[in-house]
Ligand binder design. Structure first.
Ligand code: NI
Length: 180
């Protein structure tokens, strides 16, 4: 399934920041919706364009160089697009555990099995400043945790145990040369 075909807006595809850049390590700042509202439509359009262009299922603001608490997700349940805007998201509860392979647009080419929760409840605001809550399972639960992690300055490789992390370190070194 191509993410490109899901996007027909006029947003700009932005450069995605890569592992090793400081912006991905910094904790992001809470957004004051009122003062931010006028910038939000264009910013979101660019995030959607960038995410679909890269065939991702989620994108957080640090991945386009901004340390603000904003992320977008579309895990395409049943192959249909379903856009979620997460402004100032917080995780309310987590349950169960599941190990699945995971990747990240900021570490292209690297995949690893990561233990996450099976069921994750999130509260956030949408693009209109309206609060929403939702319980995600499976891929959506994983996306919730992965994107909120980005806002705390964490990447999926930070969840690996020491042995796996050492293994990944060598692969990362080689991969970094290909990102330029
Ligand atoms: Ni990511």
């Amino acid at each position: 399934m191509s993410g490109k075909s899901l996007y027909d807006g006029d947003g700009t595809v932005l450069r995605i920041t890569k592992h090793g850049e400081k912006v991905l390590k910094n904790p992001s700042k809470e957004i004051d919706f009122e003062s931010f509202a006028s910038d939000l439509p264009e910013l979101l359009e660019n995030m959607w364009a960038t995410m679909y262009h890269a065939n991702g299922v989620g994108l957080a603001a640090p991945q386009i160089g901004l340390n603000i608490r904003l992320a977008v997700i579309d895990v395409r349940p049943d192959g249909k697009s379903e856009r979620l805007v997460l402004l100032n998201p917080e995780i309310l509860s987590r349950e169960g555990s599941v190990i699945e392979e995971e990747g990240c647009l900021s570490i292209p080419g690297l995949y690893a099995k990561v233990k996450r929760h099976q069921k994750v409840r999130v509260r956030a605001m949408d693009e209109n400043g309206k609060a929403w809550e939702r319980t995600g399972t499976g891929l959506l639960a994983r996306a919730f945790e992965h994107e909120v992690d980005h806002l705390e300055g964490k990447l999926f490789i930070d969840h690996l145990d020491l042995v796996r992390r050492l293994k990944v370190a060598g692969i990362l070194k080689d991969l970094k040369k290909t990102w330029a």
